[in-house]
Ligand binder design. Sequence first.
Ligand code: SF4
Length: 324
Amino acid sequence: MKERVFSGARPTGRQHIGNYLGAIQNYVKLQDEYECVYCIVDLHALTTLTDTRALQKNIREMLLDWLAAGLDPQKSILFVQSHVPEVAELHTLLSMVTPLSWLLRVPTFKEKAKLQPQNVNYGLVGYPVLMTADIVLYKAKVVPVGEDQLPHLELAREITRRFNTLFGETFPEPTAKLTSFPMVVGLDGRDKMSKQLGNDIELALTVEQTRERVMTAVTDPARRYRTDPGHPEICNVFKLLTYFNAPDIEKIAEECRTAQRGCVDCKLLLAELINAILKPLRERRAALAADPQYVTQVLADGARRAEAIAHVTLQEVKQKMGLI
Ligand code: SF4
């Protein structure tokens, strides 16, 4: 029997190339090797969102990108977190075995609390418990993560171990599967690519829009004039060229170092590569978007299949905890 993978992503709407290179491509590959459960974690989104008017639209846009990129609802379970209410109940039960001190020491909690001092809600502190509930509800053994997510997963393992010690072996301890693209830097050349920061390139842009976005990318900051020698090793456009398998990459690096190449040449090449690679995805997306019923059906099917697993796990947990 195939091992089960769980991964969740916040409903951030249209996906960008950072999501694609860092997560979605990997999700697609894992489908053949594992039984995959991919969840759009709308409850997690509420820890930082106060204006939820775009939430439903964002869920559907995200799913469209997932489907267009090759996530197959016949192979994987694709669903929305809150459509399977068992996760909220398991979250409560796991919160009873999780010492508060474990949660307060999580670095991302401290960072988020600093970012939104006006909204340091309980959900923000309990985020790792809900994340643990997401994973163990489906008894997933493998969790694909970027390096920045490792501390959360370690905490999930600790909570799992504690539950198993207190109430008997129930959940497999989830293990990390590191993605080969831990972090894609945005067009500002500084921060992780993110819609919020406005430094992203959406997958579903047109050819022309893609070119316009790429032309705004920061390159080697030390290279002020075309005649200055460049440093490809610190240039984000160069990095993106390698991610998109640019041909003759060594030659590009050499031409940059000897100022025989301008940054506009690299950007035009990058835009061309992105447009060529994403062409089939964009065509599939347009076809899928023309049938809104299909997205509704995929989500309903996914929730039904996820709930069938969740229900069995929750019954077992309640029994072990003496609730039934
Ligand atoms: Fe980067 Fe290319 Fe400009 Fe060199 S020439 S700094 S590799 S964009």
